[in-house]
Design a protein around this ligand. Structure first.
Ligand SMILES: O=P(O)(O)OC[C@H]1O[C@H](OP(=O)(O)OP(=O)(O)O)[C@H](O)[C@@H]1O
Ligand SMILES: Nc1nc2[nH]cnc2c(=O)[nH]1
Ligand SMILES: [Mg+2]
Length: 183
């Protein structure tokens, strides 16, 4: 068991839990994309840790590119506006694109990205989301083909997920103490 960071209220998924989830997702993706040479689109910065693990759990040929978008900035709440910070370098026309995300929360980031990438004429666009937050109320209809696991409607950190750029390096997934972000 990892030592708990003092700003973390509770660990939801340990390193061991994460390994098992990523391994299962890698097998599903390897099976579905065996002869499709997918282009993995990792969404910077949050998805970088998950992507690094996931791509090594996938056994079929693949390529990888990065997009950087941001809607949360330094806040614990989405600004409501998705900003492209870095676009792909790869032409995706005719490619099987797999967007890799750390978390689906309001759905704003993924709905924006899916529409943007579909407009470039790929053969397919699917999503692998490590976490899906169980939120009350509506969010855009996004149906990730691959889901790691679910988290409660609290602010999650670790395994790539930050608050004000901190905590991305925690090796586990945890709930941030509310007093840390409401200060
Ligand atoms: O479903 P949503 O409400 O849109 O939230 C999900 C997005 O929010 C976070 O990214 P953020 O914009 O904070 O940037 P980051 O990846 O650089 O941390 C996270 O990494 C997802 O990309
Ligand atoms: N770190 C972090 N980023 C997010 N982006 C959307 N939801 C979350 C969350 O719960 N934690
Ligand atoms: Mg992100």
């Amino acid at each position: 068991m990892e030592t708990l960071h003092p700003d973390v209220k509770e660990v939801l998924f340990s390193e061991e839990d994460i390994r098992a989830i990523v391994s299962r997702m890698g097998k599903e993706i390897s099976r579905d994309y065996a002869d499709k040479n997918p282009l993995i689109v990792a969404v910077l910065r949050g998805a970088v840790v998950f992507t690094a693990d996931l791509m090594r759990a996938i056994s079929c040929p693949l390529s990888i590119d990065f997009m950087a978008v941001s809607s949360y900035g330094e806040a614990a709440k989405s600004s409501g506006v998705v900003r492209i910070v870095k676009d792909l370098d790869t032409k995706i026309e005719g490619r099987n694109v797999l967007i890799v995300e750390d978390i689906l929360d309001s759905g704003l980031t993924l709905s924006y990205l899916i529409e943007l990438l579909k407009g470039r004429g790929p053969a397919s666009v699917e999503v692998a989301a490590f976490l899906v937050k169980d939120v009350e109320g509506n969010r855009p209809a996004i149906d990730p083909r691959y889901v790691g696991t679910h988290v409660p409607d609290e602010f999650i950190v670790g395994y790539g997920l930050d608050y004000a750029e901190r905590y991305r390096n925690l090796p586990y997934i945890g709930i941030l103490k509310p007093e840390v972000y409401s200060k």
